[in-house]
Design a binder for this molecule. Structure first.
Ligand code: ZN
Length: 159
């Protein structure tokens, strides 16, 4: 069982309260309306609202639990930072998350989270620094001197 699956089970366990929060979240009204109209996209299962995020099994497994505002905060962290998640990029983090959860604006929320991730930023800056050092070691210093010398003697100002 993955960590996301465990968290989803916890939330399903508190179904009554969770369902109330789903119902009172204005951003989820459109989902409830669509489910009531029998849409293919949203479904109510045991009183909880789900949204189809996959077309693989044609079962409940294709549906993600719709998350009200107050339950969203930790989910990008779990999907991105946990050891099993390994700081994947925006799309993979989102795909992982959407196996289990969905909310309107999830793509933007995941993108914002991943862009601000300190660990990812640190890794990126170490890689850049390493690339700069390698570039300067391999640049030919004689050629740089020659270019400067050459330009000066041609009456050119730029170095
Ligand atoms: Zn990260």
């Amino acid at each position: 069982m993955t960590d996301l699956e465990a968290v989803r089970k916890q939330k399903e366990h508190i179904a009554t309260e969770f369902s109330k929060q789903q119902k009172s979240d204005p951003s989820l009204q459109i989902g409830w309306t669509r489910a009531e109209r029998g849409s293919n996209e949203y479904k109510v299962i045991h009183g909880l609202l789900y949204k189809r995020t996959k077309f693989e099994t044609n079962t409940v497994d294709d549906f993600a639990l719709v998350v009200p505002q107050e339950h969203r905060k930790d989910l990008p962290i779990i999907s991105h930072d946990m050891v099993s998640a390994g700081h994947l990029g925006i799309n993979k983090t989102k795909d992982r998350l959407m196996n289990y959860f969905y909310w309107p604006g999830i793509t933007q929320d995941v993108a914002n989270y991943v862009k601000r991730c300190q660990t990812c930023q640190l890794t990126a800056s170490v890689k850049k620094k390493r690339a700069r050092i390698i570039t300067s070691v391999f640049a030919d210093p004689r050629r740089a001197t020659y270019v400067k010398y050459h330009d000066r003697h041609n009456g050119s100002n730029h170095e």
